[in-house]
Ligand binder design. Structure first.
Ligand code: C2E
Ligand code: CA
Ligand code: CA
Length: 612
């Protein structure tokens, strides 16, 4: 080979490698490669096809019209399929010096004739692991084979083509890794951002649903990370099946998004959300038994709940956050009021934190009274904040702060401290009190030392566990990591009360799953008692069950004698409410404990007594 030819080849090689190294895609490199090769060998026509799943996929044929590529696209490779089909099939170079006479070219003569191609030398392009991924074809317009210089050129082309292909494959794989979630195979946060901030998407109607798996941590903690992963993967798969793989994304840990293209109104978005809830919550069979995932969904509509993508995204977050607090396991459509609720929650949290820091959190106590005798059997400790101006804020004014884990354990510690010391004092004074009740929120169970803390506080004050009643709502009990510590504490003799019965799921079967000692009937029930037949029937049935199973039933929010009497008639033994006493400070409750409270209307009794 002449020096000039060698220099030309080196320059050619350098140019192709540069294109590869600067990240050009396989199509562009293949096209460049064919054009440059044709410059060096002006008699030749070069083409490159990819082989995908045994089918020919034309990539570059710069000197042939598009119709040529179109005709070949999708043709299966085979021993009789032209030079390229055969080269791919055998994984060996295939040379034909007379296309017109070659049997494997016969079906394609019509395709090739207009271009006056007479001879073809096709070489398979193989990756290092031996896969034939493409072919490089060198055509002549005469019946001849390649000369030495052309052979050298083809050799280089084949080598360069293999490099370009492998490079493109690695790039594609890296891209896949960068944009897809490893565990589930669906798009990741980056992929979501690309899809979501796409101007084309944003210019049309669509809905965005943010989906969060409930209690994933509990699954991880109790059944292991494998079970957690299984749950995540199945949620992803079900969402992708529902929304299409390109519209379902895993944004992180337990959070997913689906884009509902074309969704125009709240009704159809809601329908989509419920379909997602339905699909995702189907049970999953695993080695360790059946898992039933639960998810919470928040949703927004483009153009209605915001137009700027950042705004939309933020509002969707807000709807999800709201749903997590208020409708776990359900769907919430964004509403502008969510913003003020969240701001309020933040303000209440800050208030409580400040009060804890400044030692302004105090306990008020409300008596629980026997509806039979008027004797105070126990008291419930309720948190209060002393405002800087001296006003006492009730718990309902900062109730949202109880959901914030940062506050809860400090608040509970403070309440335990205050209430236990007070109870110690009452008992030492010989006052006839049986127990004190403390309210717990979900966040109390997050650090897993609740049991320890309570037991050591009891020990420190020399109180027996049956002096303590812990009040939790059904919503709290439903959290998987709550049942076990509560069961342990019960075993030690602590009384467990189901608070606000009738506002949550109000399912009696929960009582079987989470055995409790006390049921506190919510004040909304008591309020309806006098007018609503079903409420009375439920109270009566509950009292009946309670009697048979040794439970105490306490009616909350008793405000009138009529209610107290009716409750007693229905078989409810205890009452709590403004009728007997509002929650009051330690000094006031100490005085009350020395008394018996009237449970029948003195005004109604007196005339009768007079008559008698
Ligand atoms: P809860 O446990 O159901 O407490 C009863 C609430 O009803 C108290 O409100 C009490 O003042 C009010 N109440 C009592 N009797 C009557 C009545 O006859 N009529 C009416 N309308 N209301 C009555 P409060 O103190 O504002 O507490 C609200 C909620 O805050 C409590 O509901 C409880 O869930 C929570 N809470 C209070 N203190 C604590 C605490 O120390 N820790 C935790 N985690 N939660 C607490
Ligand atoms: Ca309570
Ligand atoms: Ca209650």
């Amino acid at each position: 080979m002449t020096l000039e030819a060698q220099l030309k080849l080196s320059a050619f090689q350098g140019k192709i490698l540069e294109a590869v190294a600067t990240g050009s895609d396989f199509h562009s490199v293949a096209d460049l490669l064919c054009r440059e090769a044709e410059q060096i060998a002006p008699d030749a026509v070069c083409t490159i096809v990819r082989i995908e799943n045994g089918l020919i996929r034309p990539v570059a044929a710069p000197s042939l019209p598009d119709s040529y590529a179109e005709a070949l696209d999708g043709v299966p490779i085979g021993p009789e399929v032209g030079s390229c089909g055969a080269a791919a099939y055998f994984g060996e170079p295939v040379q034909t010096t007379d296309i017109d006479k070659d049997p494997k070219w016969q079906p394609y003569l019509g395709l090739i004739a207009p271009h006056r191609l007479k001879a073809c030398w096709s070489s398979p392009i193989k990756t290092r692991d031996g896969r034939t991924v493409a072919t490089f074809a060198f055509y002549f317009r005469e019946n001849r084979g390649a000369d030495d210089a052309e052979k050298e050129l083809v050799k280089r082309c084949v080598h360069l083509c293999a490099i370009a292909f492998e490079y493109a494959e690695i790039n594609a794989h890296n891209e896949y890794l960068a944009y897809s979630d490893q565990l589930t195979g669906i798009g990741n946060r980056r992929s979501f951002d690309t899809a979501f901030f796409d101007p084309e998407l944003l210019s049309a109607p669509f809905g965005l649903l943010l989906i969060d798996i409930d209690n994933l941590k509990i699954v991880n903690d109790s059944l292991g990370h494998c079970a957690g992963d299984t749950q995540i993967a199945s949620v992803a798969k079900r969402l992708a099946a529902l929304a299409g793989k390109n519209n379902a994304f895993r944004l992180g840990g337990d959070e997913f998004a689906i884009i509902c293209r074309g969704c125009k109104d709240h009704a159809s978005l809601r329908q989509k959300a419920y379909m997602a809830l339905d699909a995702v919550t189907q049970p999953i069979d695993t080695e360790n038994g059946t898992l039933s995932p639960s998810v919470t969904i928040g949703g927004v509509l483009n153009g209605i709940d915001g137009t700027a993508p950042e705004q939309l995204r933020q509002n969707a977050d807000m709807a999800l956050y709201h749903a997590k607090q208020m409708r776990r396991g359900g769907y919430v459509q964004f509403d502008p009021s969510h913003k003020s609720t969240i701001l309020r929650r933040i303000a209440e949290s800050r208030d409580l934190l400040e009060a804890l820091d400044e030692d302004r959190v105090i306990a008020f106590y409300q008596p629980v009274v026997s509806l039979e005798t008027g004797r105070i059997t126990g008291v419930e400790a309720l948190a209060r904040i002393r405002r800087p101006d001296g006003r006492i804020a009730t718990a309902s004014e900062f109730q949202m702060a109880f959901d914030d884990a940062r506050n809860t354990s400090r608040l509970t510690a403070q309440m335990i401290d205050l209430a236990f010391n007070e109870l110690r004092y009452w008992l030492d004074e010989g006052l006839p009190i049986e127990h004190v009740a403390i309210n717990l929120a979900t966040a109390d169970f997050r650090p897993d030392d609740l049991e320890e803390r309570l037991m050591s506080a009891l020990e420190r004050t020399g109180l027996s566990p049956h002096r303590l009643q812990l009040e939790v709502t059904e919503t709290v009990l439903m959290e998987g990591h709550v049942a076990q510590p509560m069961a342990n504490l019960r075993k030690r003799g602590v009384r467990v009360a189901l608070d606000d019965f009738g506002t949550g799921f109000a399912s009696l079967t929960h009582l079987l799953h989470f055995p409790v000692d006390v049921i506190k009937i919510d004040k909304s029930f008591v309020e309806k008692l006098m007018t609503d037949v079903p409420s009375a029937a439920i109270v009566e049935a509950l009292a009946d069950i309670a009697r048979k199973t040794g439970l105490d039933v306490v009616a909350e929010g008793v405000e009138t004698y009529a209610q107290a009497e009716r409750l007693a008639e229905l078989g409810c033994d205890f009452g709590q409410g403004y009728l007997f006493s509002r929650p009051v400070d330690a000094a006031a409750i100490t005085d009350l404990l020395r008394t018996t409270l009237p449970v029948r209307d003195p005004a109604a009794l007196q005339p009768r007594q007079k008559r008698a």
